[in-house]
Design a protein around this ligand. Structure first.
Ligand code: PLP
Length: 469
C-alpha cells in the first residue's frame, strides 16, 4: 500500500509505545517495510542499521534462514495449544536446553510471554514459596534505584525509573530500594574504577572503592533480613535505567550478602541474556547462581514473544503436593510456551551452535571498543561504558561538574533525527546514547556504524543545549 496512505491510517488508528504521539503530528513515523541481517529498510529502499537490535531482542540478524525454517516447520504441525495439563515437543525440548545452558541449580522452567511477566512470576513464586515453607514473615522485596523490570503494576512497583512510573505511584506496593552501582555518579561519593574492561569483568579484581555503595544493602539485610523474601536486580547492567554498567565484583558481593541472610535472588536477564554481554548470561561473569532467572528479549532470537522464569528444585518442591494442600501456583498466560515461539527459540539456539556465535564475539567486542575510544574526547561525552556488544555514552553539559542535560532539553531527540539521516536507528534514552548490537554484526559493519555515529555525535549542531554552559 502507498506510504502516504499508511501514514494517514497510522495517525488515525495507532497509539505507539513509549512515544509522544504529538511528535508525529507533522513528522512521519519511520515506516519499515522489510529487514535483513542488521538492516531495516523503508518503503523507498533506504537502509537503517538496527543498532539497538529492535529493542534489544534481535540476536542473529533479522530473518535468519535457520530460524525461519524452524518456525515454518512448526507452523505446519501445531500453532498454539494451552500449556495447562497439555504439553508439546518444542516447549519440552526448549526447557531441556535452557536447563543445560544455565547454572546447574536452575532446573525448572516456567513459560510466559514477556519480560515483565517473567519478573512478576519470579516475585510471586518467591512470596508463595516462603508462605509454604514455614517463613510467612518473609514478605519484603528489595530492588535497585534505576532498576527496571517492566511496565505492569507489579514490576513498576519494583522499578527505579520514576520518569516512567510517577503517575501510578498511588498503586504501587512498597518495597525497599537501595542505591545503584552507578560508578560514574557513585552513590557513596567514591572515584569510579578505571575503565579497563578486564578489571570490571573480573569478579576477583579488587576495587579501590571496596563496593562502599553496598553499605545500605548490608544494613537493610542486617536489620530486616528475616522479613525479606527476595532481592530483584539486573546483573551487570541496569539497562532501561540508563545503561549503567557495573563491575562483576559488585554483583558477586551483593549476591553473597543476600545469600547470607537467606533472601532469594532474582536475576532479571530479560535484556542481558543470550550473549549480549559477551557471555551467554551476564551472571556467568560473577559466577553466581540466583534462585530465579528471568529471560525474554533474546530468548527467541527476537523473532517472537516469549519469556521464561527459571528456578531451582528447592523452590519447585515447595509447591509440589496433593492438590488439597492448596500449594498450586495459580498463574498462567494464554500464550505461555507458544509452540511457534518455542520453535523460534530452538532455532536461535541452533544458530548459536552452527555459527559458533559466542566464539566470534571477543574479536567484535574488541573492535567495537577500539572504534569508540575517540568518542571520549568529545566535550559533551561524560562517560563511555562498555559491556560485550553494548556500549553507552552519557552526555553531559559540563564534564568537570558532570552536570546533566535537563530532561526538558531532550538532548537525545536531535541525535535520534540526525541518526535517521545517517541511516542509523539510534534511540537515546534521556542523556544516554547507546549501541545494543545484534551478535551477528560484522567488524566491517561495526566500523560503518561507528563512523556514522561519529558524524552524528561530533557535530555540535546535533547537541542542543551544550553551548548553554
Ligand atoms: C525490557 C525489560 C523488561 C520488560 O520486558 P517486556 O517484554 O517489555 O515486558 C524487564 N526487565 C528488563 C531488564 C528489561 O530490559
Amino acid at each position: 500500500m502507498n506510504e502516504a496512505i499508511l501514514q494517514q491510517k497510522d495517525r488515525a488508528c495507532l497509539w505507539h509505545p513509549f512515544t509522544q504521539q504529538y511528535d508525529y503530528a507533522r513528522r512521519d513515523l519511520l515506516l519499515i517495510d522489510r529487514a535483513e541481517g542488521v538492516m531495516l529498510y523503508d518503503g523507498r529502499g533506504k537502509g537503517y542499521f538496527d543498532t539497538i537490535s529492535s529493542w534489544w531482542c534481535i540476536l542473529h540478524g533479522h530473518g535468519h534462514p535457520t530460524m525461519k525454517a524452524y518456525v515454518r516447520a512448526q507452523m505446519e504441525r501445531l500453532d498454539q495449544v494451552l500449556l495447562a495439563g497439555t504439553s508439546h515437543e518444542p516447549a519440552i525440548l526448549l526447557a531441556e536446553k535452557l536447563v543445560e545452558l544455565t547454572p546447574p541449580a536452575l532446573s525448572k522452567v516456567f513459560y510466559s510471554d514477556n519480560g515483565s511477566t517473567a519478573c512478576e512470576v519470579a516475585v510471586k513464586m518467591s512470596l508463595q514459596y516462603w508462605q509454604q515453607s514455614g517463613q510467612p514473615r518473609r514478605r519484603g522485596l528489595v530492588a535497585l534505584e534505576r532498576g527496571y523490570h517492566g511496565d505492569t503494576i507489579g514490576t513498576m512497583s519494583l522499578g527505579g525509573v520514576p520518569e516512567f512510573h510517577q503517575a501510578f505511584a498511588h498503586l504501587m506496593f512498597s518495597s525497599h530500594r537501595i542505591p545503584p552501582p552507578y560508578c560514574y555518579r557513585c552513590p557513596a561519593g567514591m572515584e569510579p574504577p578505571p575503565a579497563d574492561a578486564a578489571g570490571l569483568n573480573d569478579p576477583d579484581a579488587p576495587l579501590a572503592c571496596d563496593c562502599r555503595c553496598l553499605a545500605p544493602l548490608e544494613k537493610l539485610l542486617a536489620e530486616e533480613g528475616e522479613g525479606i523474601a527476595a532481592f530483584i536486580l539486573e546483573p551487570r547492567i541496569l539497562a532501561a535505567g540508563g545503561m549503567i554498567i557495573y563491575p562483576a565484583a559488585w554483583l558477586r558481593r551483593a549476591a553473597e550478602l543476600t545469600r547470607r541472610h537467606g533472601v532469594h535472588l532474582i536475576f532479571d536477564e530479560v535484556a542481558s541474556g543470550f550473549g549480549r554481554t559477551g557471555r551467554m548470561f551476564a551472571l556467568e561473569s560473577a559466577g553466581v547462581t540466583p534462585d530465579f532467572l528471568c529471560l525474554s528479549k533474546g530468548l527467541t532470537g527476537g523473532m517472537l514473544p516469549m519469556a521464561v522464569t527459571m528456578t531451582t528444585d528447592e523452590v519447585y518442591q515447595a509447591f509440589y503436593a496433593e492438590y488439597s494442600q492448596g500449594k498450586t501456583f495459580f498463574h498462567g498466560h494464554t500464550f505461555s510456551g507458544n509452540p511457534l515461539a518455542a520453535a523460534a527459540a530452538l532455532g536461535s539456539l541452533e544458530v548459536f551452535r552452527q555459527e559458533r556465535t559466542m566464539a566470534g564475539l571477543p574479536a567484535k567486542i574488541e573492535h567495537l571498543g577500539r572504534r569508540l575510544e575517540r568518542f571520549r574526547d568529545l566535550p559533551w561525552v561524560g562517560d563511555l561504558r562498555r559491556l560485550g556488544m553494548i556500549a553507552a555514552l552519557e552526555l553531559v553539559k559540563d564534564r568537570a561538574t558532570k552536570t546533566p542535560f535537563a530532561p526538558a532539553e531532550r538532548v537525545g531527540w536531535p541525535i535520534y533525527l540526525a541518526g535517521l539521516e545517517e541511516g542509523l536507528i539510534l534511540r537515546p534514552m534521556g542523556n544516554v546514547v547507546y549501541l545494543w548490537l545484534p551478535l551477528s554484526v560484522t567488524s566491517e559493519e561495526i566500523t560503518e556504524i561507528t563512523e556514522r555515529m561519529w558524524r552524528v555525535l561530533s557535530n555540535p549542531a546535533n547537541i542542543k543545549g551544550f553551548s548553554a554552559v
